[in-house]
Design a protein around this ligand. Structure first.
Ligand SMILES: Cc1cc2nc3c(=O)[nH]c(=O)nc-3n(C[C@H](O)[C@H](O)[C@H](O)COP(=O)(O)OP(=O)(O)OC[C@H]3O[C@@H](n4cnc5c(N)ncnc54)[C@H](O)[C@@H]3O)c2cc1C
Length: 332
């Protein structure tokens, strides 16, 4: 019988975020005793939030020094909880914070770690290889086995809140050298990557190319794209050609960066729907659409990659005209 430990950090308001709830939900696919480990300034609120999750125990590492994302304190807290739980399977959400410490914690416990896991079942864990082209199911005999589950792959836990009894775990940390002094982030209105959005809107290099009148219309392209994003709350993706243009000194969309790039050398986002515009739909790009369920594209080229089985619907049309019309309908 496995002892399954799910560890999560609390948010600044003391609650648990969606990736943590997904990790707990996924743990239910394995038979064993569930223990939940919570780390943060205050862990009681989070324990109460998931009081009805079926955990046999809530182990907590609590204190202001555990609120900041920092290798030394995160790894020490996780190690102490794993030892206290005597866990054989450890599940964490694969956020950037957990991704940083997962391998180190497994090494401290003489265990093994698997990251970017997309599903957990009684027969093993699933993950993708070779830029999401091959899917494998892995099993391991080594224990403890630390599994980092990618966010967005599993429906988050839904359970009754209540009043949970927690067991504190003591961790001694020497004064950490690293201090997080602040976070520099885009304003919410400028934040174009929205992992929870229902729609992925992809812009291709065509938006910056000469149009039928022999001129480029980059400022207008920027206005149309931002207008659509603001009205629809879609997440913005890009082709590689478009984000590379900035490096070549070409006219660029100021809100676009390499972080938006979708594809073989970019990201593989998960959204229920996708709309590609002014993009050719070549294989190195569309491989990043692996997890987009419903795909539509607008391209002037009837022979583009989208028409060759990559999209469910291709509109052979001028994306400037189509999106202008869509925006006017959305505003209404
Ligand atoms: C090793 C390797 C890795 C790569 N990795 C990636 C990757 O991760 N992601 C990625 O995107 N690419 C990647 N590429 C590049 C990829 O092969 C393509 O070159 C790139 O995706 C093309 O971008 P694009 O379709 O935006 O531009 P283009 O090929 O220039 O296509 C522009 C399209 O816009 C259309 N268009 C122009 N004006 C309009 C209009 N008004 N309305 C509608 N349509 C219009 C044109 O008809 C054309 O089809 C990789 C390539 C290699 C070799």
């Amino acid at each position: 019988m496995e002892t399954i430990l799910v560890i999560a950090h609390t948010e600044t308001d003391g609650s648990l975020a969606k990736p943590a709830l997904e990790a707990i939900a996924a743990s239910r696919n394995i038979t064993g005793t569930l223990i939940v480990g919570l780390i943060g300034t205050d862990t009681q609120k989070a324990a109460n939030q998931i009081a009805g999750c079926g955990a046999a125990k809530f182990l907590t590492v609590t204190g202001p020094e555990f609120s900041q994302p920092r290798y030394a304190t995160d790894a020490a807290a996780a190690e102490a909880i794993c030892k206290a739980a005597n866990a054989t399977i450890i599940i964490v959400p694969h956020t950037s914070r957990w991704g940083r410490v997962a391998a180190g914690v497994a090494a401290r416990l003489s265990g093994r770690a698997d990251t970017h896991v997309t599903a957990i079942s009684a027969t093993g864990v699933t993950r993708w290889y070779y830029r999401q082209r091959m899917e494998a199911v892995l099993t391991r005999t080594q224990r403890p086995w630390l599994i980092a589950l990618d966010p967005g792959c599993v429906a988050p836990l839904e359970c009754a809140a209540g009043s949970a009894t927690t067991t504190p775990v003591t961790v001694s940390v020497t004064a950490p050298r690293t201090q997080v002094t602040g976070i520099k982030a885009l304003e919410a209105s400028q934040q174009t990557i929205r992992p929870d959005a229902k729609l992925l809107f992809v812009a291709g290099a065509g938006w910056t190319k000469k149009q039928a009148d022999g001129q480029t219309h980059v400022p207008e392209a920027a206005e149309i794209i931002l207008g659509f994003l603001n009205a629809s709350k879609a997440s913005l993706g890009s082709s590689k050609s478009l984000v590379d243009i900035s490096g070549e000194g070409g006219a660029v969309l100021p809100f676009m960066s390499h972080l938006n790039q979708v594809g073989q050398t970019g990201s593989t986002p998960r959204h229920p729907k996708g709309l590609s515009t002014c993009c050719h739909g070549e294989e190195p790009h569309t491989v990043g659409w692996r997890f987009i369920n419903e795909r539509r594209a607008i391209s002037l080229d009837p022979n583009c990659g989208w028409s060759r089985g990559k999209a469910d619907v291709l509109y052979v049309a001028d994306a400037f005209a189509v999106m202008r019309k869509v925006n006017s309908l959305l505003v209404k």
